[in-house]
Design a protein around this ligand. Structure first.
Ligand code: ADP
Ligand code: MG
Length: 360
């Protein structure tokens, strides 16, 4: 079912936005630290048209689901909340938004940590900007998108996902200082591309583990007399802390320093070493890895053509990200998955998307 079939007329305009993967800087965002995401080839496309009744009508091709809401109605739930949030936040900012037909289709896997939610928000806002000639820039789009997710979808997220979707592309990485929002768009390391493989292990303990780590970081920062662990740059300072706070703080401090090193300009080989060091730190100091992710990352790191690999996202399951030689991600993935799945796991390639069209 395309737009015309669902809404009875063709769309007026459309816009797309990519998903993202974080290459370096894990568990640093809630410590006011630094992150380094890039866009993935898969994206979300949003098509818009004018609805003639006083209701908005949203359709998701992926869910094969349609939702109709009037402005004065209560807040919608599910996928409609992300779209409605974008619309209502623009209205609250003073823009007049007419009743709309909204058609969504996406090649970003949903709920796999590649930020299909940010892609949906950013694509929606880009399409609205285009349709209505709104004077909002890409950073404002990221800010509206983040607020839509927090206030309407009820997800307490930072701004990394939305900034990456709005400002990065597959050729560029986004350095972001999560405290000041200072940012820099930089080219991807030379002759390299991204490979993301899902471990097949669901992130069951992610919620509780995440909250515990956050609390430990806050306690460590309090003990050290700083606002956030981002304010510590010398790793020796963490030695005064009791365990496990010492190891938690050491991860955050060394991880921030790894991201800052990339900012100075590094080769693909060095970038890969920093990713490997990040994984070791997440495994040993931060203790958010699981045996499956360790196995997957270990196989990746031993494979010819891989510059470096680590777990990506909060951990406790989920996906790995690797920096690999240009043009080799598919053959490397096949080789790695053969070994990984032989060990009894059920991994699958998320990026590049094999067989699926990237254009959404
Ligand atoms: P992630 O952002 O890592 O993919 P989230 O749980 O943050 O995972 O976001 C997934 C949710 O975003 C989905 O459950 C759905 O509500 C919404 N969503 C994202 N993309 C689409 C889409 N193409 N169609 C409908 N809903 C979508
Ligand atoms: Mg999300």
């Amino acid at each position: 079912m395309d737009f015309q079939q669902v809404f009875g007329k063709p769309p007026e305009t459309q816009a797309s936005a990519p998903g993202r993967v974080n290459l370096l800087g894990e568990h640093t965002d809630y410590n006011d630290g630094f992150v380094l995401p890039t866009a993935i080839p898969q994206g979300t496309t949003v098509q818009l048209g004018f609805s003639s009744d006083s209701q908005h009508h949203f359709y998701s091709e992926n869910l094969n689901e349609q939702v109709s809401i009037s402005d004065i109605n209560h807040q919608p739930s599910g996928f409609a909340s992300y779209i409605f949030g974008c619309i209502e936040l623009l209205q609250k900012a003073g823009y007049t938004i007419p009743s709309l037909f909204v058609y969504v289709k996406s090649s970003v896997p949903m709920g796999s940590g590649l930020s299909s939610s940010a892609a949906l928000e950013v694509a929606t806002l880009r399409a609205l900007r285009q349709l209505l000639n709104l004077p909002i820039d890409d950073v404002e789009i990221a800010q509206f998108a983040q607020q839509a997710e927090i206030q309407y979808a009820g997800v307490q997220c930072g701004i990394m996902d939305q900034m990456a979707s709005s400002l990065a592309d597959t050729e560029h990485i986004l350095f972001l200082d999560t405290r000041t929002l200072e940012r820099r768009v930089m080219p991807l390391p030379e002759k390299a591309e991204i490979l993301v493989i899902d471990s097949g292990v669901p992130r069951t303990l992610a919620g509780s583990g995440y909250n515990q780590r956050r609390a430990e970081c806050e306690e460590a920062a309090r003990s050290l007399g700083v606002k956030a662990l981002r304010d510590i740059t010398d790793v020796n300072v963490t030695k005064t802390l009791p365990e496990p706070l010492q190891r938690r703080a050491r991860h955050v401090v060394t991880e921030n320093n790894r991201v800052l090193e990339v900012l100075q300009g590094v080769t693909s080989e060095r970038f890969g070493e920093l990713m490997n060091a990040s994984h070791a730190s997440l495994r040993d100091d931060y203790e958010v890895s699981v045996p499956a992710l360790d196995k997957l990352v270990e196989i990746l790191q031993k494979t010819e053509g891989v510059f470096g690999a680590r777990l990506t996202g909060a951990g406790f399951g989920g996906a790995s990200v690797a920096l690999v030689r240009s043009g080799e991600s598919e053959s490397i993935a096949t080789h790695v998955l053969e070994q990984y799945n032989q060990a009894g796991y059920n991994g699958r390639i998320l990026v590049p998307s094999l067989g699926l069209s990237d254009a959404a």
